[in-house]
Design a protein around this ligand. Structure first.
Ligand code: NAD
Length: 285
């Protein structure tokens, strides 16, 4: 199978490595020259432009920073995508962008599938991501050889846009749980309970979450803060949740204060920091 990958950073680069290792013919485009050298060393072909990378490909994978960039790149490449090809967008984007890109695909004769992912760079580098898929089932079935290489689990969420809506909700919950588990730890430490003792109790009970089971032991309590997912990307996702709620007319009463905390801490915790650093906020304030 011939695959083009556009955007080969932390996540896209990991996917390229897995696809090459699986024996697929992979071509890449990323404007960052240091990333081009890295992809070359993995055994992928390097293209100079996004337009050049899509010609002749069965599947085009996008792993781009945000929806506006997905739209700009798709507008540039739409006419060069092969008839019958499939574009799999693994970026964390928006439902409205996906729906618009699916319509663009109908005009040009290709399928556009939402495929946002979870698991971070470690999962991208080991082919164990979780992917939320949405769009035409027949195209998703034809992607099976690719999703089998990249993921440990896929979930079919619904029609075009549903994958990105579900991903935004997932990250909204993760953002909220990071703030709430950090507060629970501070409260219990003040009451004489260790963080380790508390988490063992929570993880055996109904308060457990991905944050209490994975983030705190893996990246917070040991001071590692090296998950590969940045404050900037989570702030983007918090903004996407507020935007989706506004578009759908839903009041996120409970989430608003937590969203403010993520967005207003940028002078203390820069966008380049690990997203788990939000748990430090409030520790000495
Ligand atoms: P990244 O910044 O490491 O990679 C993005 C890449 O896109 C960069 O290499 C950049 O040079 C490239 N790029 C920017 N503009 C481009 C353009 N016009 N054409 C081609 N390439 C372009 O980001 P990442 O962490 O790999 O995240 C990628 C996407 O995956 C984001 O939407 C993010 O929200 C999502 N995501 C990230 C994680 C994570 O843990 N890092 C987890 C799940 C989902």
């Amino acid at each position: 199978m011939k695959i083009g990958v556009i955007g080969c950073g932390n996540m896209g680069g990991g996917m390229v490595g897995q696809l090459v290792a699986a024996g697929m013919d992979v071509s890449c485009f990323d404007p960052d020259t240091s990333i081009q050298a890295k992809m070359d060393s993995l055994g992928a072909r390097i293209s100079d432009t996004a337009k050049a990378v899509v010609a002749g490909q069965d599947v085009v994978i996008l792993s781009l920073p945000k929806a506006q960039i997905v739209e700009a790149v798709m507008t540039e490449i739409a006419a060069d995508i092969e008839t019958g090809a499939i574009v799999l967008d693994t970026s964390t984007s928006t439902p409205s962008t996906s729906q618009a890109m699916a319509e663009l695909g109908q005009k040009h004769g290709f399928d556009f599938i939402d495929g946002p992912v979870s698991g971070g760079p470690a999962a991208a580098n080991s082919g164990t991501m979780t992917m939320l898929l949405a769009g035409h089932q027949s195209a998703i079935d034809r992607l099976r050889a690719v999703t089998d290489v990249l993921t440990a689990k896929t979930v079919m969420v619904g029609a075009s846009g549903a994958g990105h809506a579900a991903k935004i909700a997932n990250n909204m919950l993760c953002a909220a749980n990071l703030v709430l588990v950090a507060e629970a730890v501070r409260m219990c430490e003040a009451a004489g309970v260790t963080a380790e003792g508390l988490l063992e109790g929570v993880n055996a009970g109904s308060g457990r979450s991905g944050v209490s089971e994975v983030n705190f032991p893996k990246w917070v309590l040991n001071g590692a803060f090296d998950s590969g997912f940045t404050m900037g990307l989570m702030r983007k996702d918090v903004g996407l949740a507020l935007e989706l709620a506004q578009q759908t007319g839903v009041d996120l009463e409970g989430f608003k204060g937590i969203a403010d905390l993520w967005l207003e801490t940028s002078k203390d915790i820069p966008d380049t920091s690990d997203f788990n650093e939000i748990t430090k906020y409030g520790a000495n304030t």
